[in-house]
Design a protein around this ligand. Structure first.
Ligand code: NBP
Length: 509
């Protein structure tokens, strides 16, 4: 009576994923470096979980390994910190501990937020040694892990075939027609119907790369909501409960998403220590980050993909973090004078909605561009329609909007940029006037809207047949003999002028 699967790492994600697997009828062996945490978890299961009989704890790694049916599937949910391909972290330490105990053909699944470079390295090392390795993104935080995450596995197809039944059972499920997540878990019922939010993403690091881009999109999605909040607060003087109603209405329409839903809830919340204050007003405005947004942005820079709005969201967190410096600067640097009170509250709220929606389209366009380039860089074959599909449920960026992205890639799997899809193109055309109004108003009033503005600059740059890089190339040729191409010659031919005598253009070989 062996276990179907094993899991190492009983912090918040591991515990919840174990319970999810047990709810779906799988017997799970569990192990944790610190045994007391495993014991406390088992005790808690026995006291509170109907599926406790299917969760078995082990204090010794060798007994844990022996308890799992072959070929063994062992999920790791331990802290991951490695960034460069050869960095070693807790994931490597755990794998090193397992190797003398497991057999060839066994499958190790890293469910943490590992960097895709480390995953590529681990997959290569383990495959060479005769083992299987899957790097699987797991999104949805602890609630997702417990009741249905979005799962993004990368690795060999053979390994995926073994893991697939379990991953498909525990992943979030959505209504195939509307793309809306089933949320029966709120009634305590495991979800078994609907389209499952997992698919084989691609080879080696593909799953972790896509999970990272998901997180990058999550950064910008959150930042856009925060900018909408700040505009309502600063330009319209709205209070949190009033804003909550607006977000609640937005959640009934095009912006329907998990992040808008939780914002609606948060803005109604009172300070737990002083019920006369709004919770959001007592939270310090200094954001933290764990690195996946930064990785997304550095990957964009490395590959030369303009994901400026995603990077702006990371920088906005960096700027927020220097709280003391901002407080000091606020006493010295003045904003615009003579700003007039903003009139037309209803129209402005609608315009903010449109600005958020259009910026969101640009942000997703950037995320998908990034994945498209990464597949060339790393030799993956990504299916963007399938990726959009599995983002519809379970994960933090789940949104009604993703059904439209799914449809866009179903119609045209080779879509060059999401903004060119007929539906999104129409939406951008419809919203752009309001978007421009909001950005202008923000600039005139000195309200920072880095994500709204940067997304708009992306839209304007992408739709411009001519940008001022002609002058830029001329400057580069002037000071560094970097050469330039001519508008009247084929691409690739390089010219150089003998500065400062610009009358004698010379053709370079
Ligand atoms: P943590 O990232 O906080 O990791 C804690 C776990 O790692 C504990 O089980 C700990 O064991 C174990 N561990 C450490 Br630390 N060093 C170890 C080592 N050298 N050898 C073996 N085990 C070691 O847990 P988490 O927040 O549950 O996240 C797990 C993974 O999932 C991470 O990669 C995280 O980035 C990712 N993730 C987290 C979330 C989230 O919402 N938290 C969402 C999505 C993905 P111990 O008990 O003995 O210290």
């Amino acid at each position: 009576n062996q276990s179907d699967i094993g899991l190492i790492g009983l912090a918040v994600m591991g515990q919840n994923l174990v319970l999810n697997m047990a709810d779906h009828g799988y017997k799970v062996s569990v192990y944790n470096r610190t045994t007391s945490k495993m014991e406390a978890f088992i005790k808690d299961c026995e006291e509170n979980e109907p599926s406790a009989e299917r969760v078995v704890g082990f204090a010794e790694l060798k007994d844990f390994v022996k308890s799992i049916a072959k070929p063994r599937k062992i999920v790791l949910l331990v802290q991951s910190t490695a960034v460069l391909p050869h960095d070693r972290d807790a994931v490597d330490a755990t794998i090193a501990g397992l190797l003398p105990l497991i057999d060839k053909g066994d499958i190790i699944i890293d469910g943490g937020n590992s960097n895709w470079n480390a995953t590529i390295r681990r997959e290569e090392e383990l495959t060479k040694a005769g083992y299987e390795f899957i790097g699987s993104g797991v999104s949805g935080g602890e609630l997702g892990a417990r009741f249905g995450p979005s799962l993004m596995p990368g690795g060999s197809k053979k390994a995926w075939k073994s893991l697939k039944p379990i991953w498909e059972a525990i992943a979030a499920k959505v209504d195939p027609k509307t793309g809306k997540p089933y949320e029966d878990y709120k009634k305590g019922v495991p979800i078994t119907e609907g389209e499952t939010c997992t698919t084989h993403i691609g080879a080696d690091g593909a799953g972790h790369y896509v999970k990272m881009v998901h997180n990058g999109i999550e950064y910008i999605d959150m930042q856009l909501i925060c900018e909408a909040y700040q505009l309502m607060k600063d330009l319209l003087g709205m209070k949190p409960d009033e804003m909550s109603k607006v977000f609640g209405q937005w959640n009934e329409g095009l912006l329907d998403s998990f992040l808008i839903e939780i914002t609606t809830d948060i803005l109604q919340q009172k300070d737990p220590t002083n019920k006369r204050k709004w919770f959001v007003d007592i939270v310090l405005d200094a954001a933290g980050q764990k690195g996946t947004g930064k990785w997304t942005s550095t990957s964009a820079l490395d590959m030369g993909i303009p994901a400026n709005a995603i990077a702006e969201a990371v920088f906005a967190r960096c700027l927020s973090a220097i709280k003391e410096e901002r407080v000091a600067a606020s006493k010295k640097l003045k904003g615009p004078k003579n700003t007039k009170p903003v009139r037309g509250k209803k129209a402005l709220i609608e315009a903010i909605h449109d600005a958020l929606y259009s910026s969101k389209i640009c942000a997703y366009a950037q995320g998908f561009q990034l994945m498209a380039e990464a597949q060339n860089e790393y030799g993956w074959k990504l299916n963007f329609g399938e990726i959009a599909k599995i983002f519809r449920g379970g994960c933090i960026i789940r949104a009604r909007f993703l059904q439209k992205i799914t449809e866009a890639y179903a119609k045209d799997p080779k879509l060059q940029n999401l903004m060119l899809d007929p539906f999104f193109k129409k939406e951008l055309h419809r919203c752009q006037e309001n978007w421009r109004k909001v950005v202008s108003l923000a600039v005139l009033n000195g309200v920072p809207t880095p994500a709204f503005s940067s997304a708009l600059a992306y839209f304007d740059g992408y739709r411009s047949a001519v940008v001022p890089a002609n002058l830029l190339q001329a400057q580069r040729d002037y000071f560094g003999a970097h050469t330039y191409e001519r508008v009247d010659k084929p691409r690739g031919q390089k010219f150089h002028v003998d500065w400062p005598e610009p009358d004698r253009p010379q053709l370079k070989a």
